[in-house]
Design a protein around this ligand. Structure first.
Ligand SMILES: Nc1nc2c(ncn2[C@@H]2O[C@H](COP(=O)(O)OP(=O)(O)O)[C@@H](O)[C@H]2O)c(=O)[nH]1
Ligand SMILES: [Mg+2]
Length: 195
């Protein structure tokens, strides 16, 4: 439990512009989450999946998805007069891994989205942030037809340690996505050195 005082102290340490990554496998809802919370029209570069890339991208379970983000999603949300969050959705496909280090540069933390029907597609993102000691929260995006695993079941299945928050959200809903952002901010703040 963070006291009001220490949380205010931590808030004062947060820089005015906060960069946050939204990561996870292909089709987990990154573009949707950035779009649901952004106060500016989210920028995203979508490319129609061609026959050629359909062979490269793993489409199992996302057959109705016809576009994919090739560059990145970008959105902005003002959470207080002095704190503005900048959201960067990471490219989901393996062939864009070369961009991740650049994107992670200066980020305060990451939301890793999970689709419980395809847990394994978010392994790589979790591994990336763990290795680099970048604070992250695991957020289960609830899809229709997906079994409702509890956060604890997801934690076990992904072998996520107890210090990392796991929660459920609906990326299409702004309020729900905002709760995930707040969870990440709290988690990242708890990792900041408090003087
Ligand atoms: N049922 C449901 N569908 C979702 C949710 N979030 C995203 N989708 C749909 O899942 C598909 C993939 O989402 P998208 O944001 O493009 O995934 P990305 O590849 O991670 O950017 C889209 O058709 C979305 O409309 C959700 O919370 N529930
Ligand atoms: Mg996308």
């Amino acid at each position: 439990m963070v006291s009001v005082h220490s949380s205010q102290q931590a808030m004062s340490l947060i820089p005015a512009s906060v960069k946050i990554l939204v990561a996870g496998g292909f089709g987990v809802g990154k573009t949707t989450l950035v779009g649901s919370v952004s106060e500016i029209p989210p920028l995203s570069t979508e490319e129609m999946l061609t026959e050629a890339s359909a062979g490269v991208d793993d489409l199992a379970g996302v057959e109705d998805k016809s576009t994919t983000t090739v560059a990145l999603d970008f959105g902005r949300i003002t959470i207080s007069p002095r704190i503005v969050l900048y959201l960067f959705g990471t490219p989901g496909q393996d062939r864009f891994w070369f961009m991740w280090d650049e994107l992670a540069n200066g980020a305060i933390g990451a939301i890793v989205l999970i689709d419980t029907r395809r847990l394994e597609t978010s392994f790589a993102a979790i591994d990336f942030f763990e290795r680099r000691n970048i604070p992250f929260v695991v957020v289960v995006n609830r899809f229709d037809g997906a079994y409702d695993y509890t956060p604890d079941e997801v934690r076990q299945a992904l072998a996520i340690n107890d210090g990392i928050p796991v929660m459920v959200c609906d990326a299409r809903k702004s309020d729900s996505s905002k709760l995930a952002l707040i969870k990440l901010l709290e988690h990242a703040m708890s990792k900041l050195p408090v003087e």
